[in-house]
Design a protein around this ligand. Sequence first.
Ligand code: ADP
Ligand code: MG
Length: 734
Amino acid sequence: MYLRELGASVDHIKGAGSRTAAVLAKAGITSIASLLCYYPRRWEDRSITIPLRDFGSRSHVCTTVRVLAHEWFGFGRMRTLKVCVDDGSARAALVCFNRPFMEKQLAVGKSFRLWGRFFYKYGEIQSTAFEVEPAEGSGETAETAEGWAGNSIKGGGFGQILPVYPLTAGLNQGTLRKLVRNALALYAAPLEDELPQAVIKHEGLFPKAEAIKAVHFPRSMADLGKARKTLIYEELFYLEILVGKRALERRGISGDSTEGEGKRQIKTPPPFSPLQKRLLERLPFSLTPGQLSAAAEINCDMVSDIPMARLLQGDVGSGKTLVSFLAALRAVEGPARAAAHNSGVVRGQAAIMAPTELLARQHAENAAALLEPLGIRPAFLTGNVKAGGRAALLKALAEGDVDIVVGTHALFSPGVTYQNLRLVVVDEQHRFGVTQRNAIMVKGDRPGLLMMSATPIPRTLALTVFGDLDVSVINDMPPGRKPVKTHLARQANEKKVYDFVAGELAAGRQAYFVYPLIGDNEEDSPDDPSSGLKAAVSMAERLAKEIFPQYPVALVHSRLDEEKKREAMEAFRLGEVKILVATSVVEVGVDVPNASCMVIEHAERFGLSALHQLRGRVGRGTDQAYCFLIYSGDGEDLSDDGKARLKVMLENNNGFVIAEEDLKLRGPGQIAGIAQSGYLSLGMADPVRDAELLVRARTEAFALLEADPGLEAGENRRIAEVLERAPPFPQIAL
Ligand code: ADP
Ligand code: MG
C-alpha cells in the first residue's frame, strides 16, 4: 500500500465526526492520505528546557516554574490576574487575560511546566500566551520534577516535539494532532516505500512509514530532520523522474522501445545557412558572443533529427529577437540535407508568439523590415485581424504562402492551420501556460520549440520546471550599453525627478511614466484621495498640461483599443511623442532606444521582475539611462517587504540575481508563469531551499532512466507502480 492509496474518507478516523470532516474538507483534507500529507508548518520542541532567563534569544520558553504570588490589576470586568513565577533562572509574570479561573489552578507554592512566548514589559519578563501543566509530584524544586502528567490545563505535549499545522477556520491544533495521531496508529505501519531501497540506503533516508510518523511526531530533532529529508527527496525524485521521462519521450525513447538512442550527437555547430548569412550581412552590427553561441546551439538542434526544445534566457535588451529570427530562417529553409538534393522541397514555416499585441506588432514590424528583403513572406496575426483579412491570411498560412507568422494567442486558435510548421518561438514564455504552449505545438509535426525569457528563471527553478529543456544563455549585452542608473525617490520629492526628466527631454530624449492603475473606471478608484494612488489616465493629463506642457504626451494601457495603442506606440517610437504614460503593458519587450528615462510611480506596488522588465525599456541605446522608483506612503509607511524589494533594484542590474531575490522574497508560486505551469504544487520540498537535494535527486532519477527507460528492472518496477497507482503529481500530463 502506497500512502496516496489511502483514499478512504477521513471520517473513518476516530474523532472525525461529520462536522469535523466538513471543516477538514475546507483545508483540502478529505482522505486519510491527504490528512497524513498535511504536513506541519513548524514544530515546537517541548522536549528541552529553555529557562526564563533565555526568553530573549529564543522564540519560546519551556521550563518548570514555581508560583510565588498572585496579583490583580484593573477593575470590574477588566480585572486581570497576574501570576508571578520563578524557574530558578529568573522571575516572570503570567498575565491571564480573561482567565480568572487560573487563580485556582496556578495556586501559590505549586510547580508547573510552562511553555510560552515571553517579552520584556514594565521592567519584568511577561507572557500573555502560555500553556501550563502541573508538574506531577513536584513539591519543591523544579529540577527534580519528572514524569509529566497528561492532564494538562491546555495543550499538553510537554516533553515532546509537537507539530504545528497550518490552520483554517474552525480547525485547531488539538483536533489535528489527535486525528493525525489516530490515523498514524492505524495506517502508518503497512505503508510501502516509494523509493528504491538502494536510494534510501545511500541517501540515509527513513523508510516511508517511519518518515511519515516522524514528520508529524518526531522523537527528536534529528529524527525530524531525517524525516523531512526523506519526504523532500522523494518528492523531488519523482518530479525529476517525470521530467526525465518527458525528455526521453521527446528524444523518441519511450518506455516500450529501447531502440533509437536519440541523443543529440552534433558537437560542432553547422555553419550559418544561406539565409542566415544574408541576414547577418545586412545588419549594421555584429552579433554579441552570447548571441553567437546561442545561435550556434540552436543551429545544432535544428539540423538534428530530434526536435529542438530549448529555453533561451537573456536579460532584457540582450537581443533575443534577432536570435529567434535566425532560427526562423533556418526553419524556413529546412534541413540542409533535404534542400540540397530536393529542389521541390516544401518550405518550412515558423510561428513567433508574443504575449501582447504591442509586442507582437513590434516583432512583426522588425520581421518585415529585416526579413522581407531576403524574400521571406512574413505575416501578422492577432485576434484583432478581422473577417476578410483574416480569412485570406489563414488560407495563405494553410497553403504555405506565409513563411513566418508573428502574433499573439491567435496563433494557436482552432481555425489556424499550417502547411509545414517547423518551429515555434514563444517570446516572454513565462506569460504563457503549458497548455497554451502545447496548443500551438500540435499544429505541426513535432516542430522545434524555442522559448525565450527575459524574466530569467532562477537556475534552481529552471531545473524543476523546465528540467527537460536545453538551455542557452545570452549573458552579455550589445556593446556600448551603459547600466541604467537607478534612483529611489519619495513621492514628496517627485518634483526633483520631474526636473531631471525635463533636462533629458530638453536634450532630445524621451521618457516613460508608469503607474499601477489605469484610472478610467470605478474599480481603480482613480485618484481617490483615500487611496492616494496616482493613475495613468489622470497623470497623462497632468503631465501634458501642468508639468511638461511643451512636450507631446501619449497614453497606453490595456483598456485602449489596439488601434489607439498602436498609434501611441508608433508616435513614441518615431519620436513624435516625447512622453509615454503607461501601465505595466509596456513591461514586456517594447524597444525604443531613444528613451532614456523610466519613471515608475508607486514602485512599491510592482513585483521585482516587473520592475526589472520596466527598467529594461530604457538603456537600449548608447545614452546613459535612468530609472526612478518613486514610492508613496510618507516614506515611513513603506512595508519592510516593499523596502527590501526596492533595495534589490538599487543594488542589482542583473536579471538573474533579481529573479533569485524575487523568489526568496515571494516564493516560487508567485513567480509569473510558474503558478499556472502547474508543476510546483510540491508538498514539503522547496526547490530553492532544497537545491542541493534537488540536484542529487535529479542525477539519480536521470541515471536510473538512462539505464532503464521503461522502469522494468528490479526495484525500478516499484517506481513504475507508484506512477501507475499513486501518482505524486497527477497534474503533470505525460
Ligand atoms: P530582448 O532580448 O530584450 O528581447 P531585443 O531583441 O529587443 O532584446 O533587442 C534589444 C535591442 O538591441 C534591439 O534594438 C536590437 O536591434 C538591438 N540589438 C540586438 N542585437 C544587437 C547587437 N549584436 N548589437 C547591437 N544591437 C543589437
Ligand atoms: Mg524581447
